[in-house]
Structure formats: C-alpha cells, structure tokens
Design a protein. Structure first.
Length: 236
C-alpha cells in the first residue's frame, strides 16, 4: 500500500500526535527501547549522530558529548524540541529518501520504529548507508511480527494502515533487506515483551536499573516470544 501524498500525511500526523507529553506507559516504553539501543552501541565522545524520524527526540537524554542531528520531515516537532531542550543540537527538516547530507557523514545513525512507516524501505536504507561513515554504526528498531490492520484516515477519509504501519518485520526479512543494502549485521535483540507490558511491569519496575529490567524482559520473552521491538546493530 502506498500513500498518494506521504509527506502531507506525515506532516499532519506530527500536528495531531504529541511526541513530547506521553503517557507514563509510552514514556517508559520509549526509555527502555532507547536504553536497549544504546546498550547495543555505546556512544563514544564526539560522534556525529543522526536520528532519522526523531519524533520527540528521546535519544537526546542519552547523548551527552556528541553532535546530535534529529531529522524529521515536519518542522513542527523540530520547533518544539528547540523550545523544550536547552542542549545544543542540530535539527534538520528532511526526507529519508533524499537525505540532505554528504556521503560518509555520520558515526552513528538511529532509525527507531520508522521503517515500518515507509512505502519504500529499501530506498530509505540505501540513503542511510550512503551517509554512514565507513565502519560507522547503524541501529534500527522495528515492531516485531506486527499484524497489520486498516481503518479510515482522519485526514483523507481513505483506507489507511493503523498507526501508518505499512510493513511487518521479523528476523529473516529484516536481515535479508539489510544484507541486500550492504550492511554488516553485528548484533540483534528483541525487547519490550508485550505480555509484560500489558501487566504494567514496565511501570512497576520503572526505577529498576536497566540491566536488571533487561534480565526480566528477556525472561518474559523466553517464556513467551512476544517482543514489541526487534533491533539490529549493523556497520558499514
């Protein structure tokens, strides 16, 4: 399924969805997801970091001594970020299909829960590969084995995927796509067990150190293989 005007859809979505004032449930989910990503890749000092589809820029709290470039197709969230965060960062309005950067620009690129929204994932990943430095790291997170559903869009009154998710990914099809682009897969993991989430374990354990929470989350996924997110760490 393709959007007739995906840019307009995403700009409208940015106006309607508040990435900054999240529920406690969503906030904990975002936090644990980013903790898991930065556990896969430990940020080094003075890295150039690009986050494609940065939303509420939740990665910023983990990036202390590196240059952070949040990229979003809409300026709405980027403007809110400038008002909320006092830290120095470099917001960019751009399209993942034509990233406005030179080749080999970034040490680390983050793509968190974005690929499933894109009508042409391969084209997007080729652009990410282009702007990633040689031996640079790429961390990608996608919903795991999502069952796609459809509803009427509030913007255009047409049939549209729920949450604007166009694709469903598992280990095999995501690995195949990444290999086709030329990425070298270093690590993979799954996190945020859905059963655990429904039982509000994330909320109950919100003050637990990441390593302890991760052990519990792994246990849930061992008992019932229903993680919300699949992650890969790759390099070029």
């Amino acid at each position: 399924m393709k959007y007739k005007n995906y840019i307009e859809h995403y700009k409208n979505d940015a106006e309607f969805y508040d990435f900054f004032n999240l529920s406690i449930f969503s906030r904990q989910e975002y936090q644990r997801r980013y903790q898991t990503m930065f556990n896969l890749h430990e940020i080094k000092k003075n890295e150039n970091i690009l986050e494609v589809g940065s939303g509420g820029s939740h990665a910023l709290e983990f990036i202390k001594s590196s240059k952070y470039y949040p990229l979003d197709i809409s300026t709405h969230n980027l403007k809110k970020m400038k008002n909320i965060y006092s830290r120095v960062f470099f917001p960019v309005s751009g399209n993942v299909y034509n990233l406005p950067f030179e080749a080999d620009s970034f040490d680390l690129i983050i793509l968190s829960e974005v690929l499933e929204h894109l009508d042409n994932p391969e084209k997007a990943l080729r652009q990410i590969y282009r702007v990633l430095k040689k031996n640079g790291s790429f961390v990608i997170s996608v919903p795991y084995k999502e069952v796609l559903s459809y509803q009427i869009c509030i913007h255009c009154n047409q049939i549209t995927p729920t949450n604007a998710h166009l694709h469903s990914f598992d280990e095999d099809n995501l690995e195949s796509l990444l290999n086709e682009i030329g990425f070298n897969i270093i690590k993979r993991t799954k996190c945020l067990n859905k059963i655990s989430n429904r039982l509000y374990v994330n909320i109950l354990l919100k003050r637990l150190p990441f390593k302890c929470w991760r052990l519990i989350d792994r246990l849930f996924n061992y008992i019932t293989d229903k993680p919300a997110s699949l992650m890969f760490l790759c390099n070029k």
